[in-house]
Design a binder for this molecule. Structure first.
Ligand code: SAH
Length: 228
């Protein structure tokens, strides 16, 4: 899989990809993440990527030409499954969307800044708009990092224990059960006995019950969503 990220602040998103699971995935050759500095595609001599809003009003808007050239130059090299724009008014990102995107081969993620991008970019160049939550960030970089991380860990072979990603919260419409590690007893706070029993059938049953209990308590809406 290949993910191309177009941004005015490439340095801002290098770090999350240089650690832990995403780093290992890159090293194993399972994913290639490339960041592209939008300024390289600016067409005027000042290398400007933003301009004043037509009609007046506060805030700058990202210009269409640099974004157009950036996307065109990538599209000339390979075919993209989706060209994503990160936006607070996009469709809310969730595990289902992450699962879907993880099956694709080539993705572009465009990070917005300032007041956002010229609407014609969204109308003509973008195939999907994703929000990571109902709040406004200063730029799309953190959103792109969140989306990329959530996708990459789902690519087969990235997480060594194949079942691990599948047992995470949301995968089966339920939150994950609680987990424990040594010591068995800390300050008289004990690990549930069943987990020490070695009886895997009982452990599985307990985990499933706890998943349902937590979901009912913390996210009852998930149960309704999966009822139909
Ligand atoms: N004026 C815009 C917000 C611009 S914020 C509005 O009110 O909708 C600047 C950029 O940050 C956006 O273009 C977008 O790329 C990114 N961004 C901000 N909040 C985001 C969110 N919740 N999810 C994804 N991207 C977001």
């Amino acid at each position: 899989m290949r993910i191309d990220i177009i941004t005015v602040l490439p340095e801002l998103i290098q770090s999350p990809f240089n650690h832990s699971i995403v780093k290992r995935a890159t090293e194993k050759g399972l994913v290639e993440i490339q960041t592209h500095n939008l300024r390289q595609f600016a067409t005027d001599k000042h290398k400007s990527v933003d301009d004043y809003t037509f009609g007046g009003g506060a805030g700058m808007v990202m210009k269409i030409e640099p974004v157009f050239h950036a996307i065109e130059s990538l599209k000339a090299q390979r075919q993209y499954d989706e060209i994503i724009y990160t936006s607070p008014d996009g469709k809310l990102f969730n595990q289902g969307v992450a699962n879907e995107l993880s099956t694709y081969k080539n993705l572009i993620i465009l990070c917005g800044h300032y007041k956002g991008v010229d609407q014609r970019i969204r109308d003509h160049l973008i195939t999907r708009e994703i929000s990571i939550g109902d709040y406004v960030l200063s730029g799309g970089e953190l959103a792109a990092a969140v989306i990329t991380d959530a996708i990459v860990r789902l690519i087969p072979g990235v997480i060594s224990d194949e079942t691990s990603a599948l047992t995470d919260s949301f995968q089966d419409g339920l939150l994950a059960p609680p987990v424990y590690t040594r010591p068995e007893d800390f300050n008289s706070w004990k690990v549930p006995k069943v987990l020490l029993s070695g009886n895997f059938k009982e452990i599985e049953k307990w985990r499933f019950e706890k998943s349902k209990e937590r979901t009912r308590l913390l996210r009852p809406g998930l149960l309704d969503e999966n009822a139909d």
